[in-house]
Design a protein around this ligand. Structure first.
Ligand SMILES: Nc1ncnc2c1ncn2[C@@H]1O[C@H](COP(=O)(O)OP(=O)(O)OP(=O)(O)O)[C@@H](O)[C@H]1O
Ligand SMILES: [Mg+2]
Length: 254
């Protein structure tokens, strides 16, 4: 079995087939690029993996089949070790960076409402641990100096890195990034490439949707291509760039 095994997953929106019998798998520590023209179904695929959208049919098995994601609620999927970022940045803009990351950690703490209300010893110990870990994670993402700033006051590239930090706080085995370099300048893109490699070095697999070929091709061990809801190709980056079916899908768009 694999870290992730997707078996014949389909998803329709009325007359639109967003996902057509998708088969897909990932191994631990792999970096896989997911590409395809606008409307190919890439984000819908993420939404099904993370439980935001129920699948119409098929199975999604996580961590050697231990977790049937197609039957789990989003918070259970996150607890099982699958985290994501969104195509349209989702952070708490009026909160500080450290608060944003702490929320990611809270999703997996053991202290409950009782502990929080009465500020039990367990709660206080966990609060302290979360604070330390949040600072560490912000440091890992190169955001340590801005830890106490309000997220809204950061440049866009830093906000995108903050969202990745929050996703990492949940302790994933697999991280899904939906267009992580969209809207970034060349220097910020380079930073994201090296960060994703550092994330993989922490034994976290990464599935990344990205339109920028200069980012996704050097970064990915393997590239999967979707078009109109179907997986049309899969292989090494060099082979994908030379694949006539893939070239046709992109030319058809233009
Ligand atoms: N919640 C929804 N309700 C209805 N239709 C949807 C919904 N989400 C996606 N779709 C449709 O499903 C298809 C796939 O959309 P999706 O957002 O998954 O594509 P994408 O590959 O992520 O595209 P992009 O590169 O533009 O982000 C599109 O035709 C889209 O309009
Ligand atoms: Mg999308």
């Amino acid at each position: 079995m694999a870290l992730l095994e997707v078996r014949s997953v389909s998803k329709n929106f009325g007359g639109v087939a967003a996902l057509k019998k998708i088969h897909f798998s990932m191994n631990e520590g792999e970096i896989v690029g997911l590409i395809g023209p606008n409307g190919a179904g890439k984000t819908s695929f993420f939404n099904c993996l993370t439980g935001l959208l129920p699948v119409d049919s098929g199975e999604i098995l996580f961590r050697d089949g231990k977790f049937p994601l197609h039957r789990l609620a989003p918070h259970r999927i996150s607890a099982a070790g699958l985290s994501r970022t969104f195509q349209n940045l989702r952070i708490f803009k009026n909160m500080t960076l450290i608060e944003n990351v702490a929320i990611g950690f809270h999703a997996r703490t053991r202290a409950g409402l009782w502990d929080a209300l009465f500020r039990t010893r367990r709660f206080r110990v966990e609060e302290k641990k979360i604070f330390t870990q949040s600072i560490e994670l912000l440091g890992f993402m190169g955001l340590e100096k801005q830890a106490n700033e309000i997220a809204a006051n950061l440049p866009y590239g830093s906000q995108k890195r903050l969202e990745i930090a929050r996703a990492l706080a949940a302790g994933p085995k697999l991280l899904l990034l939906d267009e992580p370099v969209a809207g970034m300048n060349a220097r910020e893109k380079e930073e994201i490439i090296s960060l994703v490699r550092k994330i993989r070095a922490r034994q976290i697999a990464v599935l990344v949707i990205e339109h920028d070929m200069k980012v996704v091709m050097p970064l990915s061990d393997r590239v999967v291509v979707m078009d109109e809801g179907a997986k049309i190709a899969e292989g090494l980056p060099e082979a994908i760039q030379a694949n006539p079916r893939v070239i046709q899908a992109y030319l058809g768009e233009a």
